[in-house]
Design a protein around this ligand. Structure first.
Ligand code: NDP
Length: 333
């Protein structure tokens, strides 16, 4: 059973030397458990935090033990009458080709609802993060302007589309022209700015947001956020979802520096973890599934094939290799 372990804790940007591969015996399910073959692995920016030994909302990965995260898999053996061979499930599982899991720790997937990878993107944590962060904290109102950073990623692209459904003017910020084109042409964003080729971000934001910014859904932090927040309207709302620009920084310069602007505009800035909304996940899933079925919401995944590519797919998140949700396909369905 091939596994990927945390070999070393990184300082700054991780590299391949922080991961190691190992073979372990195949696990056997006990009563109330199933044996699951890994089909798709989700790699996520928050895993960088877990590679460090810092206290956070989720425990650090242990050295020389398998990393873990959300996985979609197929039941190969079952010691429960609630899950059967061939069922597809999603859960937090180790980065290995086969896992055993208590049946209460995985959820059966409705295979008719959507393709399997969708349960790790739009119908998974990323879709729910966009949904609750934008609607509960951002509270977008028709005619307002919503800016989304990290807009061509898993959370960002769903956020912008929900903001469009709410009748707002939506501006996305992303790191390549292919991404900004995609946001405008495929997803209906009103404007999109490539932060890597734009010299004066503040000016570009002003031009894209002629009526100012009412909601800023922040996935990245740092100077991009400073530039957006300079254009906040009175009583703007800022769901603080992520700060990926700081995850590998070692200089402590995490930004942002806009307190006076926040005070003058009486803006609300609020960090959140999607798990805060776990009681309401059913409601979020219902709306996301409905919009998907009605063709009002679309999504994109960047799927690489091969278990050996899990570490590089993860590292690619920090250089923006992914357009849409980054997944690794490990086995055929
Ligand atoms: P993405 O699919 O958005 O992938 C990460 C993207 O971030 C990259 O594609 C890259 O795109 C961009 N990026 C990387 N480095 C930088 C940088 N230095 N400055 C600006 N952009 C950068 O990942 P997710 O959708 O999974 O996550 C997006 C954010 O949401 C992350 O910050 C994550 O931690 C957070 N998150 C928070 C949750 C919560 O509960 N609060 C839950 C899930 C995610 P580009 O080409 O545009 O640079």
């Amino acid at each position: 059973n091939q596994q990927i372990l945390l070999a070393k804790r990184p300082t700054g940007m991780p590299t391949m030397e922080h991961f190691s591969f190992q073979n372990a015996p195949l696990p056997h399910p006990e009563d109330g458990q199933v044996l699951i073959q890994t089909l798709y692995i989700s790699v996520d920016p928050y895993m960088r935090g877990r590679m460090s030994n810092e206290k956070s909302y989720v425990a650090p990965f242990k050295l020389n033990e398998p990393m873990n995260g959300r996985i979609v898999g197929k039941v190969l053996q079952s010691k429960s009458d609630q899950l059967h061979i061939g069922d597809k499930v999603v859960g937090m599982l180790d980065w290995q080709k086969y896992n055993t899991a208590d049946i209460n720790n995985v959820r059966k997937i409705d295979e008719n609802g959507a393709p399997l990878p969708a349960y790790l993107s739009v119908l998974g944590i990323n879709g729910l993060t966009a949904y609750f962060g934008l609607l509960d904290i951002g509270q977008p109102k028709e005619g307002e302007t919503v800016v989304v950073s990290g807009a061509a990623g898993a959370v960002g692209m769903i956020t912008g589309q929900i903001a469009k459904l709410k009748g707002t003017h939506v501006v996305g910020i992303a790191g390549t022209d292919a991404k900004t084109d995609f946001l405008k042409k495929e997803l209906g964003f009103d404007e999109a700015i490539n932060y890597k080729t734009t010299d004066d971000m503040s000016k570009a934001i002003a031009a894209s947001c002629p009526n100012g910014v009412d909601v800023y859904f922040d996935n990245v932090g740092g100077s991009i956020s400073d530039d957006v927040m300079n254009h906040l309207n009175d009583f703007a709302r800022i769901p603080l979802c992520g700060a990926i620009s700081s995850y590998n920084r070692t200089d402590g310069d995490f930004g942002t520096r806009i307190q006076p602007k926040l005070i003058k505009s009486r803006s609300l800035i609020k960090g959140f973890i999607v798990g805060d909304y776990s009681e309401q996940f059913g409601e979020g899933m219902r709306d996301l599934s409905t919009w998907l079925a009605e063709g009002k919401l679309t999504y994109k995944e960047n799927i690489v094939e091969g278990f050996e590519h899990v570490p590089d797919a993860f590292l690619g998140l920090f250089s923006g290799d992914n357009l849409g949700k980054q997944l690794v396909k490990v086995s055929e369905e």
